[in-house]
Design a protein. Structure first.
Lengths: 156, 787
């Protein structure tokens, strides 16, 4: 969440950036559903792996933000992982444009925690799928929609 | 001057919590939109069309059918609401310190890093359900006068009660702050009871004044940082909380069930109060030097202890978790102890005509299957005026019949009471913070044997023994299935042939609780902790003389009974599809009817999960899940977002009635489903659904707030389901007070500000405006009108 907020403030005072085009060149497909829905296929949505941490920074065109997710893999190897098998993980995005804001959040230290499944088909290159469920947290005065759950499916 | 339509600024630490509903959240990261000046952007609805997000929601209004306070069912519900309160919020991952009862707007969860959000599930459990459950218990015990006076309890007199109350005030360090020597019972206006009447009209006329500078603090506080929060005078002086016209409002009967479930509720809360001691500054004390324990609670003592981290505490250590709670715990214990003494030695009958009681202190502890039947009847109360100011009661048998749920209430109540006195129960009766109450001052010490001492330890054991034996002797069919009603003619019992699924569920729960208490396993909020094997219990040394099996012990027989009710739930009252039936006819060997109703499902879930925890048999858990899934699919109206009592055709305008019992069943079914399934590996997908359901149930049914537009904010009073003469009237919860943020004044700092009738705009009015206590109605009907 702190990362999301920092990104948010970094954006303050500058012109809004142009949302990435939905039909960007083929990259990794990200499919959001639940509270809001959008589908994109962008290189920016592809994960990175460094020091055992798998990280995503997935652009969200709907409200010009990024969903950041990181998963500390218990082992740097292909396989099946989930929120039940990973000790440290987090995911967050912030929708800043309603009055107070809407936070999309999950992680082992978040409440509600949310959950994910990760299928890592290969490490080099990174291939697999990632399915994430986040909570939608409404700040007072905000209108964040009626669905409190956001789902994300990424194919990479 | 703030207006009724604006929200005032409150400080929470260095954070300004609220300015108003438009420009808010100054100083926090969530200020983003305002700071950036960005235009508002409505989040588009899901393409999938969220199940709970209708485009044209129905209009829900409500009618309170009866404000009557029906004690047995209300206290059953209150106990469930407590368990579904802070403990459930904690299971949901919330830090309880993240909630402020008084910050506006309401329902906010403040996270440690400064982030905060509207948390309906967390606030409604961690604050509202929990504290709503406490206030009617306090009302019965101390405020309403809705029972017989403790001044005439079997172990008390008007003068001795006054001395006891003053002493309890001193031992808890409440004296001079909350309790006063000039007051006959220490706390102004205190009206302590021995037995609660079965039902009463709860109308009261609380004062609207705030002249006493009454400020609830410490563990009881709505203030998070110790700043002065002035609340209504009735919080410090109970005089105006008495029933308006007591004699005319009471249904003057005493039942084992009303007393039993009241004892359960009080016992749960006393367990909480006796978890810690406190020092002269009000800080928690985890332990003291054992050699100094006897000095704890002595006025002016200099005992120092340590807190949970091992850090030393201030000089002066006192009983209970706070000044108020230490005092109230002593009074509650005195009440439930006197209650037991009456039932055992004055009310129990052998002929259904005369309330005579057992002849000796050992007799109830030795009571078994070979002795003449002795049982607990329903009593009529007649009162006469007394110079003490409290009416003096006399009792006569009103009905000798026996009700299963009544006995189950006694089992639950005195299991909890026993745990508080059982030093072998390491974290409850064995804790210093509990032992300090039962070391001879203020309550007599016990040798921990079932040997008939005049102590709560032995009275609680005796109550358990008689209730458990009688529910078997009177209510068990040849197949060991318990039936609800037993008609008594003289000492001849004629059992009925039916039992409701609700009773079966609570039989499993009560029998399990008894086994856990007797085997020193029962702890606060351990309801969803699996049981361990029961060894010998204090009552097993006393033979029960069970017909045909002289070696069978009481705990052995209780285990058999538990298993029989559990198997009934699994094999007969539910099926693999998750269908649940309303009850069982032991004579017909069939369900009592074919109705398909919510209560049966919710009760079955509650009972099946308890059976799973008691036996470790996963069949019960799996069946509970199946029943829950069917309950959700058949009875949950996804448009109105309410569980209906029957499967209503979608699209129809319907009425949905809630009672305290129905609410308790549904809430506890969801709680157990959350704690035992969703919170465990593989259950993650159920978490958001259950949190949504729980928050909605509490907010709609309890508070009477229909979040029609789904924005999680209260459009007041338009979204309140019951508005009379311009004032929202809550839902099943008829009114509220300081513990849930109804402070009586809009601006509370320093005691200023205009009076309010619904300060937080949560649809639940303050008690002085509702002229009703912070308690549940007996029945409310929600009218669902589709557009």
């Amino acid at each position: 969440m702190r990362a999301a907020l920092l990104l948010l403030f970094a954006a303050c005072g500058s012109e809004p950036t142009q949302p990435p085009a939905i039909d960007a060149p083929a990259g990794c497909e990200a499919d959001f559903s639940g509270n809001f829905a959008e589908t994109s296929s962008l290189a920016a949505s592809c994960p990175t792996l460094a020091n055992g941490t798998l990280a995503f920074a997935i652009p969200i065109a709907t409200f010009d933000a990024t969903l950041d997710a990181s998963i500390d893999l218990p082992a740097i190897m292909a396989g099946s992982y989930s929120s039940e098998t990973v000790a440290s993980w987090s995911a967050s995005a912030f929708e800043p444009q309603t009055n107070g804001g809407c936070a999309f959040r999950a992680g082992n230290s978040a409440s509600p925690e949310g959950n994910f499944t990760l299928q890592l088909a290969s490490i080099a290159p990174l291939h697999g799928s990632f399915v994430l469920s986040l909570s939608v947290l409404t700040a007072p005065g905000s209108s964040c929609g009626t669905d409190d759950v956001e789902s994300l499916a990424v194919t990479f | 001057m703030p207006s009724a339509n604006a929200f005032d600024a409150l400080c929470l630490g260095d954070r300004v919590v609220v300015v108003d509903r438009v420009s808010k959240l100054a100083g926090l990261g969530l200020l983003a939109a305002t700071a950036c000046g960005g235009p508002g952007l409505a989040v588009p609805p899901s393409d999938a069309g969220p199940v709970d997000a209708p485009s044209a929601p129905p209009v829900i209004t409500a009618t309170v059918n009866s404000t009557q306070f029906v004690t047995r069912e209300h206290m059953l519900a209150a106990a469930e609401m407590q368990i579904s309160g802070e403990p459930l919020a904690t299971t949901m991952g919330r830090e309880l310190g993240g909630y402020s009862r008084d910050a506006l707007p309401t329902d906010i969860y403040f996270e440690a890093d400064g982030f905060y959000w509207i948390d309906l599930a967390g606030f409604s459990t961690g604050v509202e359900s929990y504290e709503y459950s406490k206030q009617p218990m306090n009302g019965l015990a101390f405020e309403y006068g809705a029972g017989t006076s403790l001044a005439f309890g079997p172990l008390t007199s008007p003068s001795s009660l006054g001395a006891f109350a003053q002493h309890a005030g001193e031992a808890s360090n409440a004296a001079g702050t909350w309790t006063f020597t000039a007051q006959p019972l220490a706390w102004p206006g205190l009206w302590p009871t021995t037995h609660e009447v079965a039902a009463f009209d709860p109308a009261i006329d609380p004062t609207s004044t705030a002249d006493l500078s009454c400020s609830i603090a410490s563990d009881d506080t709505p203030s998070d940082l110790g700043d002065t929060i002035i609340v209504g005078d009735y919080e410090c002086d109970a005089t105006t909380l008495h029933l308006r016209d007591r004699a005319a409002q009471l249904t003057p009967t005493i039942t084992p069930g009303a007393d039993g479930f009241t004892t359960w509720k009080a016992g749960l809360w006393v367990m909480n109060y006796l978890e810690i001691m406190h020092d002269s500054t009000g800080a928690a004390v985890a332990s003291v030097d054992p050699a100094e324990l006897a000095s704890v609670g002595v006025p002016g003592n200099a005992v120092t202890g340590v807190d949970a981290t091992g850090a030393p505490t201030a000089a002066g250590t006192y009983i209970g978790s706070s000044q108020i709670e230490g005092f109230q715990a002593a009074m509650l214990l005195e009440e439930l102890d006197n209650r037991a003494e009456d039932w055992l030695f004055h009310f129990a009958t052998t002929d259904g005509v005369t309330p005579a009681g057992f002849a000796s202190r050992m007799a109830p502890l030795q009571y078994g299957y070979a002795e003449p039947l002795v049982w607990f009847p329903e009593l009529a109360v007649t009162e006469t005026a007394d110079p003490s100011g409290f009416p003096k009661p006399s009792y006569a048998i009103a009905s000798a019949d026996s009700e299963l749920l009544d006995l189950l209430g006694l089992v639950l109540g005195y299991s909890t009471a026993y745990a508080l006195t059982d030093t072998a129960n390491r974290d409850v009766g064995g804790a210093q913070s509990a032992r300090v109450y039962f070391d001879g001052d203020p309550f007599p010490a016990d040798n921990q044997l079932a040997d008939g001492e005049s102590t709560l330890h032995d009275r609680a054991l005796a109550m358990l023994r008689v209730a458990l034996v009688d529910l078997d002797r009177l209510h068990a069919s040849p197949s060991s299935v318990l039936v609800d009603h037993v008609a008594m003619a003289g000492n001849v019992a004629t059992p009925g042939t039916t039992v409701s699924t609700t009773s079966v569920a609570y039989a499993v729960i009560a029998l399990r609780t008894a086994l856990r208490a007797l085997s020193s396993q029962l702890e606060l909020y351990s309801n969803n902790t699996p049981d361990t094997a029961v060894g010998a219990t204090p009552l097993d040394a006393l033979p029960i003389q069970f017909p045909g099996d002289a070696s069978l012990t009481l705990s052995g027989r209780v285990t058999q009974l538990l298993r029989a009710q559990a198997e009934l739930l699994l094999d007969q009252l539910t099926d693999a599809t998750g269908r649940a039936w309303s009850g069982w006819d032991v004579a017909a060997g069939a369900p009592i009817d074919q109705t398909d109703v919510l209560d049966a499902h919710a009760a079955a879930i509650r009972g099946l999960f308890a059976a799973y925890l008691a036996t470790g048999d996963v069949r019960f858990r799996d069946r509970a899940i199946a029943v829950f899934d069917r309950m959700d699919s058949v009875f949950y109206d996804p448009i109105a977002r309410i569980y209906a009592q029957t499967a209503a055709p979608p699209g129809d305008n319907v009425d949905v009635e809630y009672t305290p019992l129905r609410f308790a069943l549904v809430q506890s079914a969801m709680r157990d489903m959350y704690e035992l399934v969703a919170a465990r590996a593989g259950g993650e997908a159920r978490v958001p659904v259950l949190e949504d359901r729980i928050g909605r149930l509490d907010k709609l049914v309890l508070n009477g707030w229909d979040d029609r537009d789904g924005d999680k904010e209260i459009a007041w009073p338009d979204e309140c389901v019951s508005v009379i003469d311009g004032l929202p009237r809550g839902g099943l919860q008829m009114a509220e007070r300081a513990l849930t943020g109804e402070l009586g004044r809009f601006k509370d700092e320093g005691g200023g500000g205009a009076p309010t009738s619904d300060r937080e705009h949560d649809c639940v009015p303050e008690i002085d405006d509702a002229h009703l206590p912070a308690a549940l109605a007996d029945s409310i009907t929600f009218h669902i009108a589709r557009p």
